[in-house]
Design a protein around this ligand. Structure first.
Ligand SMILES: Cc1ncc(COP(=O)(O)O)c(C=O)c1O
Length: 387
């Protein structure tokens, strides 16, 4: 007799990356060689001084249970960066992934809505559902070569049942970095509607040209009171596999998230927390060097992909993804993505995986560089030209 699974699981969906990977593995099993420009995984090694700190911590016996809120030296480093109270307003989490989960679980009542700009990182919907909430897409469109979220669209999406807005700046997948003015307009809606803002700032260190990351917590004290700040070491310090991130929020919210954390992960490994403290306190040249390398990769991407008829590249302001606006091909993005994979051996993500407003676009990652990027871009160009 088969085991009956919880109906809660029915609301969960595999992430776009995992669904595409399943197709990739199938083709690879048939002997196909594929180049991936799909994942959001930096190809840099974690900087040596951070690895050294972890090694030192291990040798010094830092292998016991961590303080479940986060080891104090790390919490203090986070508090100093963000100007929050290390004792009551900071929580160290197993990646931003756990921070998102803890935040949603701490604030949602069953059936309450969470607004998500559409298209957006697709691993928000399932935790919203698991926490009893309902994800509600706020349609966004490409304006002047850039995906734009209008405060008026946010406002129009609100109902008496809307509890929160989940924002991500720089915005994955579309590459928009919200300006202070845009954030002020969004803040006005959040405050007037009495929402909670969940602010995922995992790409904060990766911005280009004149675009600068502005954190919503800097907009006003009133907004900060209603914001759960979520961040991670994964992208900024190339530490995806270390599984460590952090949150900051007013004390009562942090306490509720801490209660959630105690029932599950109980925080990242102690020696990993020591390494993360070194990441924040130590030299930051590694971060600027990675940003400069991403900027060069982006330039190369533009050189190869610019000028393909009907497929302009949207210039990302931040993050390490570029969106190709392939609406000119007049085909569903999933079909274009499959054709590129099958006939041209290059893997990208289809925009509709991130919401209906992403239809017609393709997300191209330049988190990997070197030969992977070069080969992948050439194949992509050839595939988009072939139609
Ligand atoms: C917007 C966004 N938030 C969160 C995450 C997950 O981060 P972490 O590795 O810290 O769990 C990702 C990873 O791709 C992401 O793109």
């Amino acid at each position: 007799m088969t085991v009956r699974l919880s109906s809660r699981v029915d609301s969960l969906r595999p992430t776009a990356v995992n669904s595409i990977l399943a197709e990739v593995r199938q083709l690879q099993a048939e002997g196909r060689e594929l180049v991936s420009l799909m994942r959001g995984e930096p190809d840099f090694k974690t900087p040596a001084h951070i690895v050294d700190a972890a090694e030192r911590a291990l040798r010094n016996g830092r292998t016991g249970y961590p303080d479940n809120r986060g080891e104090m030296p790390l919490r203090q480093a986070i508090a100093d960066k963000l100007h929050y109270d290390a004792g009551t307003e900071v929580l160290v989490t197993t990646g931003a992934t756990f921070g998102i989960w803890a935040a949603l679980t701490a604030i949602l009542e069953p059936g309450q809505e969470v607004l998500l700009p559409d298209p957006i990182y697709d691993a928000y919907q399932s935790p919203i559902a698991l926490a009893g909430g309902v994800a509600k897409a706020v349609p966004c469109s490409i304006e002047n070569g850039r995906f734009t979220l209008h405060a008026a669209a946010l406002d129009a999406s609100c109902t008496p049942n809307t509890r929160a807005l989940l924002l991500n700046t720089p915005w994955n997948p579309v590459g928009t970095v919200f300006t202070r003015r845009e954030l002020e307009a969004i803040a006005e809606v959040v405050l007037r509607r009495g929402l909670v803002l969940l602010s995922d700032e995992i790409y904060e260190a990766i911005t280009y040209g004149p675009h600068e990351h502005v954190s919503p917590i800097s907009i006003s004290p009133e907004l900060r009171e209603r914001t759960i700040y979520i961040n991670s070491f994964s992208k900024t310090y190339a530490m995806t596999g270390w599984r460590i991130g952090y949150c900051a929020a007013p004390a009562a919210i942090t306490q509720a998230m801490f209660l959630v954390l105690q029932q599950s992960s109980r925080g990242p490994a102690t020696f990993v927390q020591d390494a993360a403290a070194e990441a924040l306190r130590g030299p930051q040249e590694c971060v600027s060097a990675m940003r400069a390398e991403y900027a060069q990769r982006l330039q190369r991407l533009r050189q190869v992909l610019d000028g393909i008829p009907g497929c302009p590249v949207l210039d990302p302001e931040g993050g390490f993804f570029a969106m190709v606006d392939a609406r000119g091909l007049e085909q569903p993005s999933i079909e274009i993505r499959r054709r590129l994979m099958r006939d041209h051996g290059v893997v990208v993500a289809h925009g509709s995986a991130y919401g209906p407003s992403g239809e017609g676009t393709l997300r191209v990652s330049f988190a990997s560089g070197g030969a992977t990027l070069e080969k992948g871009l050439q194949r992509l160009r050839e595939g988009l030209l072939a139609r």
